[in-house]
Design a protein. Structure first.
Lengths: 462, 211
């Protein structure tokens, strides 16, 4: 693979005003798969499914393939029954399917065939997003740029692209080994080091290679997700373990590392679990996948409605292929997503989209700082703070600070109630951010001393 | 003793320097290391655990207290060893084969250390045989198995079977945790206990040690 892509640096917003941020519409629509047009005036469901409780090995592999074939077939059947115009399927590889690239490729072929048949027989447009597992963190410190894990991961992208993937994505983990520790200890400096210094370096190396693979096979480079960073924070906050304001700050700051995929040539649709998606949409103009209330089969969140306010694909994150009272869970969740999408699209076609979006936003933003930072207005503020700065480090600090200012303004205006202990963390996090050095060089020595046992500098080109 | 309460208070507030100073002061005044451990440190951490359970303290604050406890234990360790005082128990833990999620496991480990247990972390993607060998080497009282995926949770069963096959099952208690598992699953695969979060895991370990 070659690394010839010139990295773009975004200095302005593709969508400069909150009023311009709307579900189903984006300045840079993407066409993929079998005629699926994203961001051109409609929202489509993105259905994701996984196996029920079962082992994956040589002996069970035929059953695994049969499961995916069955799920693909049921998606096709449900799409026809519900008169869907289009659908994205996400196939998120499980670790053994990435470790054996031919396994991931085999499932990719199965699902591609289902989508092709659906398109040819019923005229339903569709595309397949394939997301290999980032297997590079199987050892500590993770060797990110070399070794068997790196080679295998790249082979997985290659094989899946060759087998019929239409969009490639990943939830990459560079910097997570430091972020996990720093976040648990509430060390804001460590979190910024992970998100603003380490993660962007890994993203650049990884996405330059992914984009190169995509170009070779005519596949769309979708995007990455700060799932391992900001969604971990969101989950810990929902369990009462982390302050919500810290999780909200991490959400804003994490957009910078996810943006690097676009700087390296990705053009969407972003990953569904990248709740930082609206910020990416504002900066790049690319369509985004989002998930919220209809992904509660996979995890809980305080952003169920507001997450839908600017989406172009609406996802369920993942559901096991188990039977519910109605029928198989993937079928049930595609139905759920379809009805959600009918509402988006009815609002768009009737000119009521602004009202509907306002309801989605207002129903959440007064309940949680994490919801507040995802509103269209907050999105523009955070995205603007990012494009004003030059380096990923400074962008990360700026995004984190702006997220906190958004929260502080809402508290001042009495539109967001905040518990006393959250106030304490708002002050503490803001103080820690403002005390950071102006450039990353100013923190390098202390961070290596504090976290050097967790990461290999060579994995980040340091 | 007033200083023991002071020690517990500093621990609860996560003031490592003050915890170290009071620990040394107590030793100088003739307090036994066992008393300092039980009536100062563990008493303080019990309050911390309770405050986390009720949502009064966040994890970073709990971990600050745990770090302060480590500082004190470092001072006490030679004295405890001289008096023949052992840790509350040795706990070994790992994320099972095929699974690379470890934040929950790490959290449980830190909480257990904070509660006075010795923790041996085998890391992630741990093969069943590695659990067996580590039991033979370290002889823990309890093993904690973690899994996050529906396709790796069955490797908990494989690990338990390997431990049983090696004739070690009666020597260790097994605790499991992770998003897809449940008490029923623990019962089905022959684990001794299930904990749904880090706070519960510490409770379960205490119960298993006491049993």
């Amino acid at each position: 693979m070659t690394e010839t892509q010139v990295r773009t640096h975004y200095t302005t917003l593709a969508i400069g005003k909150a009023e311009g941020l709307m579900f189903g519409r984006t300045p840079k629509p993407v066409s993929c798969g079998y005629g699926l047009e994203l961001g051109s005036g409609m929202v489509y469901p993105e259905i994701n499914f996984t196996l029920p409780m079962m082992m994956i090995d040589e002996s069970t592999w035929p059953s695994v393939v049969a499961q995916y074939d069955e799920m693909g077939e049921m998606i096709s059947r449900t799409a026809k029954r519900l008169h869907l115009k289009g659908v994205m399927i996400e196939f998120e590889l499980l670790p053994p399917m990435t470790e054996r690239p031919e396994w991931g490729a085999e499932i990719t072929r199965v699902l591609d065939r289902q989508l092709k048949t659906m398109y040819e027989n019923h005229g339903i447009t569709g595309a397949l997003r394939v997301t290999p597992t980032d297997i590079r963190d199987a050892t500590r410190p993770p060797p990110l740029r070399s070794g068997i894990e790196w080679e295998t991961l790249m082979a997985s992208f290659d094989e899946c692209a060759k087998a019929g993937a239409h969009v490639l994505s990943i939830e990459s983990v560079g910097g997570k080994e430091v972020n996990d520790e720093a976040m648990m200890y509430g060390d804001v400096e460590g979190v910024i080091f992970a998100l603003g210094v380490l993660a962007p370096r890994d993203m650049e190396h990884l996405w330059t290679n992914i984009v190169s693979t995509c170009k070779s096979y005519g596949v769309v480079p979708g995007g990455d997700s700060a799932c391992g960073f900001a969604n971990t924070a969101m989950q810990l906050a929902s369990q009462g373990m982390l302050p919500e304001v810290l999780a909200a700050m991490i959400r804003g700051a994490s957009a910078v590392r996810s943006l690097v995929a676009y700087e390296c040539g990705a053009f969407g649709p972003s990953k569904d679990c990248a709740y930082e998606g609206p910020i990416l949409k504002a900066i790049t103009g690319a369509p985004i996948a989002m998930e919220g209330k209809s992904a509660s089969c996979a995890h809980f969140s305080p952003v169920g409605n507001v997450a839908a306010a600017m989406c172009d694909l609406w996802s369920n994150e993942s559901v096991q292929n188990i039977r519910l009272l109605s029928g198989p869970a993937p079928e049930a969740f595609l139905e759920l997503l379809t009805y959600d999408c009918r509402l988006f699209n009815a609002a768009l076609s009737s000119g009521s989209e602004r009202t509907y979006q306002r309801m989605l936003v207002d129903s959440d933003v007064h309940h949680s700082p994490q919801a507040l930072v995802l509103s269209p207005e907050s999105t523009i503020r955070i995205a603007s703070a990012i494009v004003r700065e030059q380096s990923p480090y400074r962008q990360t600090v700026a995004a984190g600070l702006e997220a906190l200012r958004v929260i502080r303004d809402a508290v001042r205006d009495k539109t967001l109630p905040l518990a006393a202990k959250e106030h304490h963390w708002l002050d503490k996090t803001e103080s820690a951010l403002t005390a950071l050095p102006a450039e990353e060089e100013g923190m390098m020595d202390s961070m290596i001393e504090r976290y050097g046992h967790l990461f290999a500098p060579s994995s980040y080109g340091l | 003793m007033k200083e023991l309460q002071e020690l517990a208070d500093h621990l609860i507030n996560g003031y490592a320097d003050r915890v170290a100073a009071v620990t040394q002061d107590l030793l100088n005044k003739g307090a036994t290391p066992q008393t300092i451990l039980n009536d100062g440190l563990i008493a303080g951490m019990t309050v911390v655990g309770e405050r986390m359970r009720t949502g009064e303290m966040y994890l970073p604050e709990v971990l600050q207290s745990a770090s302060a406890m480590h500082v004190s234990l470092k001072i006490l360790k030679p004295h405890l060893a001289k008096d023949g005082v052992e840790s509350r128990g040795k706990i070994m833990m790992g994320t099972v084969k095929g699974d690379m999620h470890d934040i929950g496991k790490n959290l449980v480990g830190i909480m257990l250390e904070g509660a006075g247990f010795e923790v041996i972390d085998l890391g992630l993607n741990v093969q069943p045989q590695k659990f067996v060998e580590a039991i033979q080497t370290h002889q823990p009282a309890i093993i904690g198995l973690s899994a996050m995926l529906t396709t790796t949770m069955l490797n908990m069963k494989t690990a338990i079977e390997a431990i049983a096959h090696a004739g070690l099952r009666s020597k260790v208690k097994i605790l499991i945790g992770g998003a897809p598992v449940s008490q029923k699953f623990a019962d089905d695969i022959g684990a001794d206990a299930y904990a749904r979060d880090a706070v519960k895991a510490v409770d379960k370990v205490k119960e298993l040690i006491a049993a």
